[in-house]
Every structure is written in C-alpha cells, then in structure tokens.
Write a protein that binds this ligand. Structure first.
Ligand SMILES: NC(=O)c1ccc[n+]([C@@H]2O[C@H](COP(=O)([O-])OP(=O)(O)OC[C@H]3O[C@@H](n4cnc5c(N)ncnc54)[C@H](O)[C@@H]3O)[C@@H](O)[C@H]2O)c1
Length: 315
C-alpha cells in the first residue's frame, strides 16, 4: 500500500511545517484538525501546493470520526500533534483533558482498529518538573516526570498510554518532547513570545518578551522533519525522546541573534525566568535516529526573519 501520512493538528505550527515537508517530498498527506483556519499553512505553501493535501475537518475527541479518517484515507503513517497548549489547558482543564488525553487514546484506538503498528506523537518537556527537581546539567530522556502543570500531566498520561498500547497490543510509538519551538507559524502558546518578537521587529515594531531564562530553541521546520522521521522509522517499544538543539542559551542570546540581522531592532526581555530546567539531553535521540535536524540558532532566526519579511503584509 502506498504510504499515506496522517497529520493531526496540521493547521497548527509544527503540523503546518510537517504538511509542507511531506508535500515537498511528494508524499500523500492527510490533515485532521478541528480548525479550518489555514493562516499558518498559507504562510508556508501556495494554493497549488495545498491542493496536494487532503484536509479533513474533525474533532479528535470524537472516537468514530478519528477511526473514520484512518479507514477512509488508508492511513499508513501517523504524526499526532493536535493538542491544546499550556494556557488553553489552564483556562479549561476538562477540555484540555478531553483533547490531549482522550484525543490521544482515540488515535491509539484508531491505529489498533486499522492494524497500524507505529505512531509518532508530540509530548513535551512540560512532562518534567521545575529545575529544583533536578541536579544541575542536562536532563536525561528517562529522568523522573513530575510535571506541575495540567498540560504536563496530560502529556505524561499520553506517554503512559503509549506504553500500555505497546504492551497490550504491540503498537510501538515514538514521543518527541520539544522545548521552545520558534519559526514562522509559532503564534500561540506560552513559549511563542520569542517568535512574536521576530514578527514584530521584522516589521519595525518594538516588542517585549515577557520571560527570560535559559532554554533550548528548536526551529519549527526542524521539529516537523524529526516527527516525520519518527513516523517513518519505527523503533521497538514506547519510546520518548527529548529534543535538544545544542547547548542551552538565554532568551537574551535569542535576541542577539535577531540583532545580528536587524541591528536596530528593539526587543526587551522581562526579568522573569520560566520555571523549566535549562536544557535536556538528546543523546538518546541521536543514538536512535540516522538524522537529527538542528539548524543553528543564528541561521534559524535569520531564516525566520527573512521569511516574515517575504510575507510582508500577509503575516
Ligand atoms: N510549540 C511548542 O513549543 C511545543 C513544545 C512542546 C510540545 N509541543 C506539542 O507539539 C504539538 C504541536 O504543537 P503546535 O505548536 O504546532 O500547536 P498549535 O497550538 O499551533 O496547533 C495545535 C493544533 O491542534 C488543533 N486542535 C486542537 N483541538 C483539536 C481537536 N479537538 N481536534 C482536532 N484538532 C484540534 C488546533 O486546531 C491546532 O491547529 C502539540 O501536541 C504540542 O503540545 C509544542
């Protein structure tokens, strides 16, 4: 059977990039998303390119609708990204649990019904607790997970769900845990602020990033490619990997990368460190996959600014 990739949440930031890379590679891609708002996809693909993609509008919480898209579209590969991010889970915890927890169970159920043996899905570094939970240094992929946000708790539940589906039904899975994703399309969620700053200064407007601290930045395009690889190269077990992205850097370093491109940019950084550890060890990811996509920060920031400028009034 020809490969057909299901991307859930393809109207979102990472999903739009995943659909873009799949389309460029000539793969058949199906998007399943509650939203029909194509604004991020429009920033990445022409109308002609978008015509290669099958768009299915549906709710992840609806078990039958999820099963139907698997069956009707002959899905062979799964990249499950749809979720509600930290602020949305905080604002409406029951809805967050329905989408992030039940929705992920529905993906595994549909895979089981369809006889699909492997799933790639998005977890998050939000599965880990605050820096005080850990000794100094990068945090290992199998470090204890004691999140202090509901979003993180739901992602831990996803990883435990994946383990049970592997043990009970033999469905393997790869969870990738991004940190601060940036790039064109990153316009919502707690850590979208650095990208919003790039969008503002690319248009000559000042911006204040409301948090500081040391973290790892990952370019949305790279993250999407890593998810595609995770879907294409099944590993045995219910695996979870931190994404790295090199040595941790400060938000001020991110701003410096923008200033390299736009020396007159005005970006302030509030003195308000995020309550997450500085960095995560991705050596297990490197050992398990043939490729790790990692555009250097300076290059990724420059690419993002250039892309925003090309889009002009369209963004
Ligand atoms: N962006 C980051 O920095 C980051 C970091 C860690 C983990 N992640 C995870 O990566 C994944 C993708 O992140 P993103 O930044 O692209 O998210 P996003 O918020 O940009 O997009 C999420 C998409 O999910 C869709 N969705 C929401 N509820 C749905 C439902 N009930 N049914 C179907 N679709 C629904 C939304 O319409 C949206 O298009 C998420 O699982 C997120 O938790 C992201």
């Amino acid at each position: 059977m020809a490969a057909t990739y299901l991307v859930t949440g393809g109207m979102g930031c990472i999903g739009a990039w995943a659909l873009t890379h799949l389309q460029r590679s000539g793969a058949r891609a199906v998007n399943f998303d509650l939203s029909d708002d194509r604004h991020r996809i429009n920033w990445l693909m022409s109308a002609e390119e978008q015509a290669d993609i099958t768009f299915v509008q549906g709710d992840l919480r609806d078990t039958e609708a999820v099963k139907a898209v698997f069956a009707e579209q002959d899905i062979t590969h799964v990249i499950h990204l749809a979720a509600l991010q930290v602020p949305f889970c905080r604002a409406n915890p029951p809805l967050g649990a329905e989408v992030n927890v039940t929705g992920t169970v529905n993906i595994f159920e549909a895979a089981r019904a369809q006889g699909i043996g492997h799933i790639a899905y998005a977890s998050s570094i939000g599965v880990y607790g605050p820096p005080s939970d850990f000794p100094p240094g990068l945090i290992a992929h199998d470090a204890p997970k004691k999140p202090r946000t509901l979003y993180g708790a739901y992602k831990v539940c996803n990883e435990q769900t994946a383990l049970v589906y592997y043990e009970d039904y033999g469905i393997s899975s790869t969870a990738l845990r991004p940190y601060t994703v940036y790039g064109v399309g990153r316009d919502q969620g707690m850590t979208s602020e650095p990208t919003k700053a790039l969008a503002a200064v690319a248009k000559g407007q000042p911006y204040q990033i409301p948090f500081s601290g040391t973290m790892q930045f990952q370019l949305a395009s790279d993250v999407a490619r890593q998810f595609i690889l995770a879907a294409e190269q099944p590993l045995d077990g219910a695996c979870g990997f931190n994404l790295g992205g090199g040595d941790p850097v400060t938000v001020a370093d991110f701003v410096d990368a923008a200033l390299e491109v736009l020396p007159a940019a005005q970006i302030e950084v509030a003195d308000n460190p995020l309550p997450f550890p500085a960095g995560f060890d991705d050596s297990e990811l490197r050992a398990s996959f043939g490729a790790v996509y990692e555009t250097p920060l300076a290059e990724g920031v420059a690419q993002t600014i250039a892309h925003i400028q090309r889009l002009g009034d369209g963004i």
